[in-house]
Unconditional design. Structure first.
Lengths: 269, 102
């Protein structure tokens, strides 16, 4: 097979940002940090499926999606870090739980495979709308990161929709578990579209999450109904991820994610 | 002889053979095999397993059990009979001097 590396290398990467002389303005860095945390936390959650998925092929599929998200996180955190002289690793491994700004959906444990698909469906549709809008940002680095991410998250949406339909329309058991997965994750939908406290003074640069809600609402409920499932109606959770308020799930997850880097600071491999 | 894809009932997902076309104008080439619940997911799994490094522009999948193959035990009668029949190659024949532009 041809390994056409040039196809990959023309797109923006964490390395190309770190090697450039670009410095994020303070407000943009604060905003990018929140977006980076969303991607990082969900990437780690997907990584938990490695060697645990129902089939080897699905192991790879979830791993691929997680790696795409990790790529977004690396670029966003690297860019944010340029404002403070910090690396992506400084930000990922050496901040505590209250300093993480991820929305609470992303830290929710994957539960069974159906719950992971529910979480991924909600997250991927949200990311697709977010990055589509952010690719028009007047901040060229944010726009470039988003433009690269759009193609990836469009595929993530497709993957989740395929599984939503198969589980929803499959056996009685798969239907029941898919519905339970949606019910588990639904309380965290509302927070995704609440105002981002770090986006308020960034007209033309940041995306107002509220304007993504319409696209989500016109797509996801229809997908759920088409899969023979019921759109959950439970109340929204309290939210507050952007200001460091998290569910009990994030602390243990961060402990596992950060332990190696903290035990061996500066280690490379 | 067992047919391709027959795993004795251990697998719940069927086996699929994957063919990748690396660029426009070339043929699809066998890349490997994978398991998937149906053809739609087989194409997606193939995308994840075999095109992560920009190897392809098109994917075909075919259920392995739908492939009819030659019998490996019949190698002799199937593939060794052309030995010694060089006259089946164009190069066996000498050019005729009277015929230009050959």
């Amino acid at each position: 097979m041809n390994h056409s590396n040039h196809v990959v290398s023309t797109a923006i990467t964490a390395e190309s940002i770190a090697d450039s002389s670009v410095v994020a303005p303070e407000a943009v860095a604060q905003y990018a940090l929140g977006l980076g945390d969303d991607a990082l936390v969900l990437a780690h959650r997907l990584g938990e499926w490695i060697a645990n998925a129902p089939e080897l092929e699905e192991d790879v599929a979830l791993g691929n999606i997680g790696l795409d998200l990790l790529g977004h996180a690396r670029s966003l955190l690297t860019y944010a870090g340029t404002a403070w002289g910090q690396s992506e690793d400084d930000l990922a491994y050496f901040r505590g739980e209250p300093e993480f700004r991820s929305r609470q959906l992303f830290e929710q444990p994957g539960g069974d495979f159906a719950a992971t698909i529910a979480r991924q469906l909600i997250a991927s549709v949200y990311f697709a709308e977010l990055y589509r809008a952010l690719s028009l940002s007047t901040d060229p680095t944010l726009a470039a990161i988003a433009a690269k991410a759009v193609k990836e998250v469009d595929y993530h949406v497709d993957h989740s929709v395929q599984w939503l339909r198969r589980l929803g329309l499959g056996t009685d058991l798969s239907h029941e578990r898919m519905q339970r997965g949606l019910d588990l994750m639904w309380p965290f939908v509302g927070e995704l579209f609440q105002p981002d406290p770090f986006a308020t003074d960034l007209d033309g640069i940041a995306v107002d999450p509220e304007r993504l809600r319409l696209a989500f609402d016109s797509l996801v409920p229809r997908l759920i109904v088409d899969a023979g499932l019921t759109v959950p109606t439970m109340a929204a959770a309290q939210g507050g991820g952007r200001i460091g308020r998290h569910s009990e799930a994030l602390g243990p997850m961060l402990a596992e994610m950060q332990v190696l880097a903290r035990a061996h600071p500066g280690a490379t491999w | 002889m067992t047919s391709p894809g027959d795993s004795g009932g251990r697998e719940t997902w069927p086996l699929w053979e994957v063919f990748i076309r690396s660029s426009r104008g070339l043929s699809h080439v066998h890349a490997g095999s994978l398991h998937a619940p149906d053809e739609t997911m087989a194409v997606r799994n193939a995308r994840d397993l075999y095109t992560r490094r920009a190897e392809g522009v098109s994917i075909w999948v075919v259920r392995a059990s739908d492939i009819t193959s030659s019998d490996p035990d019949a190698k002799g009668e199937f593939f060794e009979s052309p030995q010694g029949k060089e006259y089946r190659h164009a190069t066996y024949y000498s050019e005729s001097e009277a015929v230009p532009h050959l």
